[in-house]
Design a protein around this ligand. Structure first.
Ligand SMILES: Cc1ncc(COP(=O)(O)O)c(C=O)c1O
Length: 376
């Protein structure tokens, strides 16, 4: 059996609906900021119990727009070093300085303690990243830490469509949340992003920023330094159709994850991220940590060549403070993130994964670990 690293799921009916909407968009000429965008925004807001949603061209744009709306220019913004470069690029493009913080080993994410160790007198905002679709169960402590110091808490929810901790959905723990619809994400619009917020001022600013800072779609008065951050109607219709499957995708992914949990817990020498009670994850990534000393490259090669299992890419192979482009922002070592980035692997997980595929992955993992041990 071959299990691929990724699989993007659009049913024949979805493809036909998107193709027919594309024909309509091409014939009417209503190509941007039209009815499909409005419907996508309304459906995304409803799915995340958020008062407002604003569709934009990418997750990176969503983050930059939120940070610009918070007027972080000239200030410091604390973010985890264990994130995608886009989180830090958005901070830089919004005119702020990224300050990298270490992460909690139980969640791969920021905690109040790791932010406290990084925060500066000039810090205006903190960006938390829900790695692999896990909202850190201690996010309430971080929200309180930020509120006590007047810091804005922003969620980079690029991984977290439909994730929930208690009664609160991703995007609603801080002032605003940024989602990505890049093709590998649980919901995709080909490319695209979404801002969710309960703050009318952020909502209003975001609508202006995404369309060249114009006061209104039809006017020509520019009131903010905006950009071409619109989502096209073809992208919006793709996202709208895909989003209808969110609950079903989450259920399939949770079923595969449950099989992985049971098998990983029975193995020596590997641990996994644990979900707290009352938590819903979309399992954007299923993360396991082989014990220190396991050669990740050899494990991946063994799984692929002997068992036909392609692991999905690492969440982040190296933390941002060790990336050349951010060398001038690297401070002290951030040892927890350095270790997690170097050691973890991600088992493949798809929105249409079968039980047989999930079982093959874990049987193969056990066999590959055993053969690496024998070869030590
Ligand atoms: C954590 C994180 N932040 C931001 C982004 C940027 O999203 P996009 O590629 O849609 O700009 C991504 C994804 O690609 C991401 O994984």
């Amino acid at each position: 059996m071959h299990v691929p690293a990724a699989r993007i799921v659009f049913s024949p009916e979805d493809r036909a609906e998107i193709a027919s909407a594309t024909t309509e968009i091409l014939s009417t000429g209503a190509m941007t900021l039209g009815a499909h965008t409005k419907e996508f925004e309304a459906a995304f807001a409803a799915a995340h119990a958020a008062p407002f949603a604003v569709a934009v061209s990418s997750g990176t744009a969503a983050l930059e727009i939120i940070l610009r709306s918070l007027d972080v220019q000239g200030a410091d913004v604390v973010l985890p070093t264990n994130t995608f470069a886009a989180t830090a690029f958005a901070v830089l493009r919004a005119g702020a300085t990224p300050v990298f913080a270490d992460v909690n080993p139980d969640t791969f994410a920021l905690s109040a303690a790791t932010v406290e160790a990084a925060v500066t007198p000039n810090t205006k905002a903190v960006v938390i990243v829900h790695i692999g679709g896990l909202i850190p169960p201690d996010i309430g402590e971080l929200a309180k830490f930020c509120a006590d110091r007047g810091l804005a808490l922003v969620e980079d929810a690029a991984h977290a469509h439909g994730c929930r901790h208690g009664d609160t959905l991703a995007g609603s723990f801080g002032v605003a949340g940024a989602f990505s619809f890049y093709p590998t994400k649980v919901i995709t619009s080909n490319e695209g992003g979404m801002i969710v917020t309960a703050d009318p001022a952020i909502h209003e600013a975001a609508v202006v920023y995404r369309d060249q800072g114009k006061a209104g779609f039809l006017g020509n008065t520019h009131i903010r330094e905006g950009y071409a951050w619109r989502l096209s109607e073809m992208h919006a219709v793709t996202g709208k159709v895909h989003l209808r499957h969110l609950d079903e995708f989450l259920a399939v992914r949770a079923r595969a994850a449950a099989r992985y949990d049971a098998a990983v817990d029975a193995l020596d020498g590997v641990s996994r991220l644990r979900l707290p009670a009352g938590h819903v994850s979309n399992f954007y990534k299923y993360i396991v940590l082989p014990r220190p000393g396991v050669d990740r490259a050899r494990l991946k090669k063994e799984l692929k060549e002997r068992h036909g299992v392609s692991l999905s890419g690492e969440v982040y192979e190296a933390p941002l403070h060790q990336q050349p482009v951010f060398s001038s922002y690297a401070g002290r070592p951030l040892p927890i993130a350095e270790d997690l980035c170097a050691r973890h692997v991600c088992l493949p997980i798809h929105s249409d994964m079968t039980d047989a595929e999930a079982d093959h992955v874990v049987t193969s993992l056990a066999a590959a670990l055993a053969s690496l041990d024998l070869g030590r």
